[in-house]
Design a protein around this ligand. Sequence first.
Ligand SMILES: [Zn+2]
Length: 131
Amino acid sequence: MLLKNSIYCNHCKTEIISKHVHDFVSCKCKGENRVTTDGGNYYQHYGYGDTAFFTITSVYDDAKLETRLKYLTWGTYGKSEDEFKVKLVKDLSDNHICAILNTQKHIPKVYIETMEDLIIWREENNEMILE
Ligand SMILES: [Zn+2]
């Protein structure tokens, strides 16, 4: 499981990040310099041209809460339905996390474990995030 699916292009000096399973992203280069990545947290399917020059910067899960909180993101709709935002899981409110855990039964185990551990950690440290 990937916590972050990314590649840094050494030609255009940009890091591209695939944020969900169908998020196909490419760097600013044209033609054979271009690099792409796809697959979000599920798998890294990357591509590159003949003259591409890149560094894979992806981060894999090490089962540590600290690492998971640093990289795991969640896509969410704002108050208006057309406003899609990607937030770090650690910045989600307690109510939001509980709603996700109660309704999104198909999400990867790494999300469930991280969200459950985060709620417990917040309760123990008295750092609840209320809406
Ligand atoms: Zn590039």
